[in-house]
Design a protein around this ligand. Structure first.
Ligand code: 5GP
Length: 141
């Protein structure tokens, strides 16, 4: 597996070099809206430290991260009241990974609404993402 390359879009989001609609941030973690959402409220949770994916991640980073995934999932659940939620994570291109900085997807599922395709190039409306991020931010306790 190739080494982590810090020249990726999520590293730029962490550095603040490109914008994102953030829902959660702490010393080690960032969560923000996916720009090509598979459903309303599709959120990404990433560690600030660099690894390509789960395979090369530091186990301590991983164990902290999955707890943050749960915290963010609770907020998404409270904010949007989906009927279910998919949490997923891809490792390397053949498995579907397109951005090579570890991240977990939180994808709300709404009964009767089929989930969109993964990273299909369909950019969401920025105002809509901003409004969703605000709703989710307000749902943290
Ligand atoms: P992967 O395919 O690596 O599991 O997921 C990468 C995810 O990042 C995709 O769902 C894609 O829509 C999302 N994504 C790609 N580029 C950007 C970006 O610049 N900003 C945000 N917020 N999400 C992105």
């Amino acid at each position: 597996m190739p080494a982590y390359d810090a020249d990726n879009i999520f590293a730029k989001i962490i550095a603040g070099d490109i914008p994102s609609h953030k829902v959660y941030e702490d010393e080690d973690t960032l969560a923000f809206m996916d720009v090509m959402p598979q459903s309303r409220g599709h959120t990404l949770v990433i560690p600030k430290s660099g690894s390509r994916n789960l395979i090369d991640a530091d186990p301590e980073v991983l164990s902290d991260l999955i707890q943050k995934v749960q915290i963010v999932a609770h907020a998404v659940n409270r904010a949007l009241s989906p009927d279910g939620m998919v949490v997923k994570q891809f490792n390397e291109t053949p498995a579907g990974q397109t951005v090579f900085h570890l991240h977990f997807h939180i994808i709300p599922v709404f009964e009767g609404q089929p989930m969109g395709r993964h990273a299909d190039g369909e950019m969401a409306d920025q105002d809509e993402l901003a409004a969703l991020a605000e709703e989710i931010r307000a749902a943290f306790e």
